[in-house]
Design a protein. Structure first.
Length: 325
């Protein structure tokens, strides 16, 4: 059984990719009451479903006369596939397209016991029920027709996957840059703290205050990076207003040979540039990048959680539009 040619294996893979997309998209569309094109790719194919179906057929081949071993093989094979796929995608894209962290008995959020047990039942369903008519259908297609259809699908799916892969890499780069902008804003906020402290000290104490403040900045770095970007922006703007209000008293002040007003203007410029960059990065215009975000509203990121949530809100139209810079 399952002594298929390479072309037939590819055809079954594409068939289950398409069926998986139909089931997943229909389920999510009904659940959200909105038409949703699910998956990593933009076309009507979900490679994980196709891979899962082929894996179930392959691992069950040695145990076709023992339904219990078919169940066990399905549990083990699908769990390994799901874990390897999840870890690989997170390592490449810095994003999780599924996350079981809230489920009981999960491992690293990539797999969980309940889903693994369900894979075994699906393997029995696949081998004993679903694949029987699918096999009959596939083997009944004339060889030349099957080859033609499979070759055309291979070209289309490969092109779609290549573009979607590039979009996922670009999306990762957007998240990294958004985090870099936040990091720069934390620098600006702390520098304003230092300037305010210096401006309120006697000239002879300023160097000591500077050293102490920079030491505190290093200690508080991790804590500040965990603060929401909106709070950082509010803090910077509040401190700038504070500096503006005291500008007349500090206009003759120096900080290691630099006028405080000159330093403040420099920080204002940097802040405006970073704010514009953050807004620009948050407006995804690429079709494939927007498609990835819209098709996977449940995607998460451990390292770039805040940036990803901001992208999701803006892409799905849940944020108020901002004025162009």
């Amino acid at each position: 059984m399952y002594s298929y040619s390479i072309v037939q294996w590819f055809f079954f893979f594409y068939f289950y990719c398409f069926v998986g997309w139909c089931i997943e998209s229909a389920y999510v569309s009904i659940k959200t009451r909105q038409l949703t094109n699910r998956g990593f790719m933009r076309g009507p194919f979900l490679p994980l479903y196709g891979s899962g179906a082929i894996m179930m057929l392959v691992v069950s081949m040695p145990f076709q006369d023992n339904i219990f071993l078919v169940y066990v093989a399905g549990c083990v094979g699908a769990t390994i596939l799901e874990y390897v796929t999840g870890v690989t995608m997170e390592a490449l894209f810095k994003v999780r397209y599924w996350d079981y962290s809230r489920n009981k008995f999960n491992f690293q959020g990539h797999i969980c016991l309940g889903t693994s047990l369900a894979w075994g039942l699906l393997t029995i369903l696949m081998t004993e029920v679903v694949h029987v008519p699918v096999e009959r259908f596939g083997l009944g297609i004339p060889d030349m027709v099957l080859k033609g259809v499979t070759y055309v699908l291979s070209v289309l799916i490969f092109a779609d996957f290549a573009l979607s892969f590039k979009a996922a890499i670009d999306l990762r780069d957007v998240l990294v840059k958004m985090e870099q902008v936040k990091s720069e804003m934390v620098h600006i906020q702390k520098r304003l703290d230092v300037i305010i402290a210096l401006a309120n000290q006697e000239v002879e104490n300023r160097r000591a205050v500077l050293a102490e403040s920079m030491s505190m900045a290093r200690e508080e770095w991790t804590e500040r990076m965990s603060v929401h970007i909106d709070d950082i922006k509010a803090g910077i703007e509040k401190k700038m207003e504070q500096m503006k209000a005291g500008s007349s008293a500090w206009e003759e002040s120096h900080m290691d040979g630099i006028h405080i007003q000159e330093e403040l203007q420099n920080l204002k410029t940097k802040y405006a540039i970073n704010l514009a960059d953050r807004r620009r990065l948050g407006r995804l215009k690429d079709f494939f990048q927007r498609g990835l975000v819209c098709a996977n509203p449940g995607m998460t990121s451990v390292k770039f959680r805040e940036a990803l949530e901001e992208l999701k809100r803006r892409t799905m139209g849940k944020d108020e539009p901002e004025d162009e810079e």
